[in-house]
Each structure stands twice: as C-alpha cells, then as structure tokens.
Design a protein around this ligand. Structure first.
Ligand code: H79
Length: 431
C-alpha cells in the first residue's frame, strides 16, 4: 500500500489581507472514489463554481422599501404584498422606473472582479413585472416604463463575454398582477382563481421567451412552486429542457424535479451534504433594494460564509439589490471587490473544492481537493497552536496558501497541532 502524502494549507480568515489556509495531501485514491459517482454532466461547472451572484431587481427596487411614507423592512420585493398595494396603483410605479444608470458591462465586470462564476437575475418576481422584452404581457420594462430597453439582453451578452454563466429567476406560481396567478388575495378572490389558465397564458409562454431569446442559460431559478401536480410539473420541466437541454433547473421548480438542491433562504447546513447544492444569502437583510437597510455583510463575513458553505460541499449564491436607477449599492460594490481580491490569492481553497474531512472546529472550517486539505482559520487560537483532530494521513508539507511559507506542525497520536504565526490578529478587538 502506498500512502500518498498530504500537503496542508493554512489560510487565516481573520483579516482580509492575511487569510491563512492549511493544505494537506492525502491518499489520492480516497478522493477519487469520493467524486466518481455518475451524475448529470451539466452539473460539473456548477459544482466547481462555488460562488454565484443573485440579483433581485424589479419595480420594487424603485419603491425602495417605502410606501405612502411608511418604511418596510425585511424583503423589499414583497412590498406590494406587505402594503397590500392594489394592482392598478402598483402599475403606476412603472412610469417612474427609469434605470438610466444601468450598465450591463459594469455589473458583469463587478461580478468578474469579485470572483463570481455564475449570475442569476430576476426576470419576473412575485409582483408579476417582467424585467425583459415580453410579448406575452405588457406589464414589462420595455412597454410600461420610460426606460424602454431590455436590460436582460445586455446582461446576457456582458456575462457571456466574461465567461460567467447566466441565468434567470422566474416566479412560476406567485404572480400578484394576474387574477389567476398565485397569492394576490387583496385584489382577487382565491376561490375564483384558475391557476392552470395563468400557467397557460403567462408563466409558460414567458418562460419560453426567456429560454429562447437570451442564448444558452446556465440556470433557470424557480421559486415557491404551486398549482401544479407532479405530472404537470414534469411536463413543464420537459418542455423547457427541450429549449435549453444544458440548463440547470433549481429545486424550487417543485415536486423533486430540480437538478440541484437549494436550502431555505439564508441557510447553511451544519454538516457536509453530498450532491450538488447551493445556499442563497442576502447581502444586507433584503433581496430587493431597500434604501434604509444598510446592514451589509462585510467582506470578511462574505469570505467566511463562502468558506463555510464550501466546507459543507456547496455553492454560495450571494444576492445584491440594485436600486431603481440601476446603481448597485456602494457597500455591495466595495465588499464584493474585496472578496474578489481575497479569492485572487486564495481561490485554490474554494473553486473546485469539496468539503474537508476534518469537521468544523472552533477555529474554522476545512475544504479539500485530491491530496490537499485547506484549513480556513477564522479565529486563531490564543496560543497559536491550531488543533486538527483525527488526522492520521502522512503529511508532506504544511504551508500558508497566500505566501507559500512553510509552517511547523507536531503530531500527538491521532492529532496534529499546527503552529500558526501569531500576528496583529491576536487582538480580539482593536479599537
Ligand atoms: O426572492 C426571494 C424571496 O422573495 C423569495 N425567495 C427569495 C429567493 C420568497 N418567496 N417566498 N418566500 C421567500 C417566503 C416568504 C416569506 C414571508 Fe415575508 C414571510 C412572506 C411574508 C412573511 C419575508 C418577510 C417576506 C415578507 C416578509
């Protein structure tokens, strides 16, 4: 038996500038078998991508969380529902929606600089407003607003140019604009609704437009299924897959018929999960733009979230909510760029990895690649000795990923202790 050696990387996630990672090499065979299971070949890019950008952008971005002098919190894209705004009044917002600062190349370049590998944007949220040129319903950005252009065309081109996979979010069941759509109970009586008619007249034809007119899509991201049986959902999936055979469908298409799994909104599973999956997170506390919500996660928090999700084997799709003028909130721009800087040095510990075989520790989490273990250190132990339990593989080398400096370690039975350098991060709270 040949014991192949391990290299351990050490990344410190304490400071942006000195994120440390420990890297180990183990038996290649062990890792090969872990990834040999046959799965949908279209999932390969998705499993390696690790970092996606979710964008919630619609008429609610123009409303920005305030309706009739009352501020709403939580989910800006829900304001029509929360304030029970009648369809006729909500429609009027379109006359003021003119995102003149929207710049597809800037958005796509920000994603690129942030180290993002795929982007999913709301083509239609629960409010029923189409953010693209739709022939199916006039309630869309081209017909109903002074902007008159299709931003999705430009974004599809700008992402393709940069090698970023592009996808649409589409609310297939909830549609508060339509008498037969799901969940508008303040304008329309639930008992009189004919969901099938809504699917036939709006949702399916619009999905067909989106899957036909915007080039190859990486993902179609469905949300909050309803109103269809399993068989009807299967028919929907089949008819859409025929238009985009390689596109992945999110699990919220319903009835267990998605290609990969999404957990609840803003949820990371506590232990590693097999198979392709994704965690979605808001950057502040809302998906859609709310001007009084400035509770943005710092780049350090984003990086730790990304590492944490990767350490359980999944992708992080982080959301941003551009405003009604088409500006991405400045904190999102800044913190995404800082995340990208960290990834440019430490990306090897994220992209193409899977969960690490050392479970979550008080100091942080682990990810792995064949022959390598990455220790993501969020919190350095006060004595500078990082305890890595149950580690019996032969170790070739332990070093810092960012600066490649070799790090000393000691073995005690089945455990190892890695001597990580103590630096300015030792201060718990520098004021
Ligand atoms: O698009 C985002 C959400 O709008 C959507 N999924 C993510 C990706 C979503 N649809 N439904 N839900 C989430 C669950 C609904 C939660 C609610 Fe509420 C709790 C609705 C009313 C109370 C959240 C808080 C929305 C309004 C207040």
């Amino acid at each position: 038996m040949t014991l192949k050696r391990i290299a351990i990387f050490f990344i410190s996630l304490l400071m942006l500038t000195s994120t440390s990672l420990v890297y180990c090499q183990t038996m290649d065979e062990m890792w090969d078998s872990a990834t040999s299971a046959k799965e949908n070949p279209n999932l390969k890019w998705f499993r390696e991508a690790k970092f996606g950008l979710f964008i919630h952008w619609g008429l609610y971005s123009q409303i920005a969380g305030t309706w009739k002098d009352k501020n709403y919190y939580g989910s800006g894209e829900w304001i029509m529902n929360q304030a029970k705004i009648p369809v006729k009044e909500y429609e009027k917002v379109a006359a003021d929606f003119n995102p003149v600062n929207f710049n597809a190349n800037e958005w796509a370049q920000l994603a690129k600089d942030a180290g993002i590998k795929y982007m999913v944007i709301t083509a239609k949220h629960h409010d029923g407003f189409a953010m693209y040129d739709s022939k199916v319903s006039d309630f869309n950005i081209v017909k109903a607003t002074p902007f008159k252009k299709d931003p999705m065309k430009a974004l599809a081109a700008a992402t393709a140019k940069r090698g970023i996979y592009f996808g649409f979010y589409y609310s297939q069941f909830q549609d508060w604009h339509e008498p037969n759509g799901g969940r508008n109970t303040w304008d329309f009586e639930e008992s009189k609704k004919n969901y099938k008619a809504y699917y036939r007249q709006k949702a399916i034809p619009q999905l067909k437009e989106l899957l036909t007119n915007y080039g190859p899509l990486g993902i179609v991201w469905f949300d909050t299924p309803g109103g269809l049986t399993k068989e009807e959902t299967q028919n929907l999936v089949d008819s859409l897959h025929a238009l985009q055979p390689k596109s992945l469908f999110s699990s919220r298409v319903g009835q267990g018929l998605g290609d990969y799994k999404d957990f609840g909104d803003s949820e990371v599973p506590p232990i590693p999960i097999e198979g392709a999956w994704e965690s979605i997170y808001t950057h502040n506390d809302s998906w859609g733009y709310i001007k009084h919500d400035l509770n943005f996660k710092s780049s350090r928090e984003i990086i730790q979230l990304l590492a944490n999700v990767a350490s359980k084997g999944g992708n992080l799709m982080l959301n941003i909510g551009p405003d009604g003028k088409g500006n991405i909130p400045p904190y999102s721009v800044q913190f995404l760029k800082e995340t990208g800087k960290w990834l440019s040095k430490n990306g090897e510990s994220i992209y193409g990895t899977t969960y690490g075989f050392v479970p979550e520790q008080p100091w942080g989490v682990t990810t792995s690649k064949p022959g390598k273990l990455f220790l993501h250190v969020f919190k350095k132990p006060p004595d500078g000795k990082l305890f890595v339990p149950g580690f019996t593989n032969e170790i070739a080398k332990v070093y810092s990923l960012a600066n490649k400096k070799t790090i000393v370690f000691t073995r005690k039975g089945k455990d190892i202790y890695v001597n990580i350098p103590l630096d300015e991060d030792a201060h718990p709270d520098e004021v």
